[in-house]
Design a protein. Structure first.
Length: 383
């Protein structure tokens, strides 16, 4: 039997969170047959061991914000690293990591250069900032040999905006970066009861959940305003989970205290067990202004939660409107409030959405299926 050719592969991203939540499963699959290195901005030398990954770790100071000095330094580090290691394939995720990685790997002539688009920062920007960030995405697409995009609607948008070439880009399976680990993301009645008790939430209350990075683009202030509008209608709670990047939580908490509903608002800064908070809730909310796909929606669906989310590209691939949840116009606070009220009051409708969402997540986005498609893609590129 012919032995498989071992290739040298490098996975690059800017943050530990991206690595932990999106890349662990694919790296573990790749390391079975290839020599893998991981580049990430970290000070934790044991990061990969903690994640049970057998790969070489290279820390590079890739900043999320634009910084000419830091970015130039990171670019030179990547160029030298790629020259020394002579990788057969590099694969980047996240905008800044993509820009620096595709430039460095192109300059050092790495044969296969893949970038995954997971959403566009420039969509919500204006003026010069929008033009610059859009130009960076064009540079990424130009330097890459292959482009993966995590939703069909995002790919259509990028082609229409002349960012990517249709022949160079593709979506794997039904979309998403890594699919859903259906063993991890499953209904859990015991955790539901325990966490509700800890959070002082009535077992009969309807809990709306937002989980993810908290900033303006995620629409968290819209969600909060909509929640306030329907507070007196029914027994509802709002559970917010995630790092407060935009420093918005103090504003929300202060308003809840001033208006006297602080007992119905709950905030958890960070968790590495998002599935537990999903099991505690009833509806997943993502009123985002921009998304590549919205993986949190299908994760929550696999736990048995319907979604209430923005009608924007990316999210329209994750939610089937009127079947696995409801969509609303982005930024329309009154529409968000009306649909929150509907979902809180109509238990039968909510349960119908939950059932359909659960079945779709497990059938179309099972991580095993998505990872196999990714491994097949790697094999084709490396061949």
């Amino acid at each position: 039997m012919e032995k498989k050719s071992v290739k040298k592969i490098c996975i690059v991203t800017a943050s530990e969170l991206t690595l932990k939540f999106f890349l662990v499963s694919q790296i573990k699959q790749l390391q079975k047959d290839h020599e893998v290195a991981v580049v990430v901005n970290t000070s934790n030398n044991h990061l990969l061991q903690e994640l049970e990954i057998c790969a070489k770790l290279k820390s590079v100071p890739i900043q999320r914000q634009i910084s000419f000095i830091f970015d130039l330094k990171a670019l030179f580090i990547l160029i030298r690293f790629f020259q020394d290691q002579k990788f057969d394939l590099v694969h980047s995720m996240a905008p800044k990591a993509g820009l620096l990685t595709m430039l460095a790997s192109s300059l050092t002539r790495v044969p296969a250069r893949i970038h995954t688009f997971t959403g566009q920062i420039w969509v919500t920007k204006k003026g010069v900032n929008r033009w610059i960030l859009k130009f960076f995405d064009k540079v990424i697409a130009f330097c890459a040999t292959h482009l993966l995009i995590d939703s069909f609607s995002q790919r259509k948008f990028l082609i229409e905006k002349n960012i990517v070439n249709a022949n160079k880009s593709c979506v794997l399976e039904k979309g998403s970066v890594c699919g859903v680990d259906i063993k991890k993301f499953s209904p859990n009645p015991s955790i539901r009861s325990l966490l509700r008790k800890d959070l002082n939430i009535d077992k009969n209350a309807t809990v709306f959940l937002f989980i993810g990075r908290i900033n303006q683009d995620k629409g968290i202030l819209d969600l909060h305003k909509a929640f306030v509008k329907i507070l007196k209608e029914t027994n509802i709670h709002l559970l917010i989970v995630g790092p407060d990047e935009g420093n918005l939580i103090p504003q929300i908490i202060n308003e809840s205290i001033a208006l006297g509903y602080s007992r119905q608002l709950h905030y958890v800064n960070y968790t590495n067990m998002p599935e537990q908070y999903m099991a505690t809730a009833d509806i997943l909310c993502l009123p985002s202004y921009r998304e590549g796909f919205g993986n949190v929606i299908i994760e929550a669906a696999s736990v048995g939660l319907p979604a209430l989310a923005s009608r924007i590209y990316g999210i329209t691939d994750a939610v089937v409107d009127g079947e696995t949840g409801l969509l609303h116009e982005v930024g329309n606070i009154q529409e968000i409030a009306d649909k929150m009220s509907l979902l809180a009051k109509d238990v039968d409708l909510r349960e119908f959405f939950a059932k359909q969402a659960y079945l779709r997540a497990r059938q179309d986005f099972n991580q095993t299926k998505v990872m196999q498609a990714l491994m097949d893609f790697y094999a084709k590129v490396l061949a």
